[in-house]
Design a protein around this ligand. Structure first.
Ligand SMILES: Cc1ncc(COP(=O)(O)O)c(C=O)c1O
Length: 144
């Protein structure tokens, strides 16, 4: 099929390892697992799976995540503490909307994830880069 707009950002070029974007190896993406999970969801929930959902995200997924947070992280979250996002960009935008106002200063690791910079600037916030090392932000660099 001819596409005027590409489906993905990244075009795999044999023999080239493109480190510019950090795209995952397509062979590692769980296509079969998601195909099976989708089939099970449609079996169990039918058209509800495609309808407008609960504002914080699908209830069964939220319940499952609460159980997993309790089992894996050892801290039980309640369903009212969990919100499902469509990805890191949406979550960062929501958190920024909730907790900042235009002109606020945001400390960011240097270097910082480039899409986060774009989202934070859109709000518009003042980004102040802080030196980081393998353990994250260098707290000593915060003084001064
Ligand atoms: C190359 C690239 N594009 C887009 C995104 C945005 O991801 P999301 O869909 O979670 O907002 C990321 C996140 O790491 C990324 O690495």
């Amino acid at each position: 099929m001819d596409q005027s707009v590409p489906l993905v950002q990244f075009v795999n070029r044999p023999g080239v390892i493109d480190l510019a974007w950090g795209h995952p190896d397509p062979d590692l993406l769980p296509v079969e697992g998601l195909r099976n999970a989708s089939a099970r969801v449609f079996e169990r929930y039918g058209a509800d799976a495609l309808n407008y959902g609960y504002a914080a995200g699908p209830g069964p997924l939220i319940d499952w995540l609460c159980g997993r947070l309790s089992d894996v992280d050892g801290r039980a979250a309640t369903p009212d503490q969990v919100v499902i996002s469509a990805g890191t960009s949406q979550a960062l935008d929501q958190v920024t909307t909730l907790f900042t106002k235009p002109g606020d200063v945001v400390l960011v690791e240097s270097p910082t994830y480039h899409l986060a910079v774009r989202i934070l600037r859109d709000h518009p916030l003042e980004l102040v880069p802080i030196a980081a090392d393998e353990d994250g932000v260098r707290v000593d660099a915060l003084h001064g």
